[in-house]
Design a protein around this ligand. Structure first.
Ligand code: NAP
Length: 272
């Protein structure tokens, strides 16, 4: 049984399968395989153009929908009420599900009416079709505004050994908001790092498993590594069993934490 975190309608297994940029058959196979292996949390978004494939993977797995945590996200150009509702309906249709467990604003939009967008999302929550609602790529200032308007259950942000999120985490913990780490194995960024490799060698595991164990040892943090390969999916699940020592954690905490990988032109002004 995977440990779960969350409040405000959310009970999210701490390890999930990221699905971007997989599509079609590759995505369906990855989702079905991961669920068969024991994963119970899948992350997608309308922007990934793979919701149909994710839904097919869930059905192919034979795992009951009720036992799976499913997250999807609305794109930042669809935050106006009518567009938001249409995007949500289309996501559910493509997923072939009556509900999602978590519905997120994928990115903040400059000049958005956040209160109105969250009002629309709260109506979806009241309808039971979005069990919990939240945000992604929100800074502390944006989170502060969001929690004034709605029961935000999660902020999904880039977070890994090479990128710190101390300010977001501090605010999130104080307000009962779970933090989901995306790009949690940093797309291989730390492959050659001596510290990570030495800790991995000491425990007889892969550097990616050390990266995940570091995240999952932290309060209120979930991680959604993307892995198409079954062996990588298995290794990431096994990372839940890896107990790092306080010395390991301190050495990993001390690595450079400014290597952001995802920074599109429409990104907000990040916390420093
Ligand atoms: N909210 C947002 O704006 C946002 C932005 C980016 C990503 N995301 C979400 O976060 C998920 C993960 O992020 P990401 O895909 O950018 O980066 P990531 O999960 O850090 O890295 C994925 C890469 O790492 C490899 N990998 C995974 N586990 C491994 C292991 N144990 N050993 C060796 N290699 C391993 C994968 O290989 P294989 O696939 O070949 O197995 C893949 O090439 C995405 O899929 C998406 O769901 C959200």
């Amino acid at each position: 049984m995977l440990r779960r975190i969350g409040a405000q309608g959310l009970a999210m297994p701490v390890l999930g399968l990221g699905t971007w940029p997989m599509k079609g058959e590759e995505c369906t196979k990855a989702v079905a395989g991961a669920l068969a292996m024991g994963y119970r949390h899948v992350d997608t978004a309308e922007m990934y153009e793979n919701e149909e494939a994710v839904g097919a993977g869930i059905r192919a797995s034979g795992v009951a929908r009720a036992d799976i945590h499913l997250t999807t996200k609305v794109w930042w150009e669809h935050l106006e009420a009518k567009a938001l509702r249409a995007a949500f309906d289309a996501s559910l249709q493509r997923l072939g599900s009556d509900y999602v467990d978590l519905f997120l604003i994928h990115w903040p939009a400059a000049g958005m009416d956040l209160a109105a967008a969250l009002e629309t999302m709260m109506a979806l929550r009241r309808s039971g079709r979005a069990r919990a609602i939240g945000v992604s790529n929100f800074t502390v200032a944006l989170m502060r505004e969001a929690v004034r308007h709605a029961p935000i259950a999660c902020n999904q942000v880039e977070y890994h050994l090479m990128l710190g999120q101390a300010k977001v985490l501090e605010f999130a913990r104080a307000h009962g908001v779970a933090v989901t780490a995306y790009a949690p194995v940093a797309r291989g960024l730390f492959a050659g790092d001596k510290t990570v490799n030495a800790i991995a060698a000491k425990h007889g595991v892969a550097p990616e498993q050390v990266a995940l164990a570091w995240l999952l040892a932290q309060d209120g943090v979930a991680a959604i590594p993307k892995a198409a390969k079954p062996e990588n999916q298995r290794a990431n699940l096994a990372a839940l069993e890896l107990a790092l020592t306080p010395e390991d954690m301190a050495a990993l905490d001390a690595l450079p934490k400014d290597r952001r990988q995802v920074n599109p032109s429409f990104a907000p002004a990040w916390d420093r």
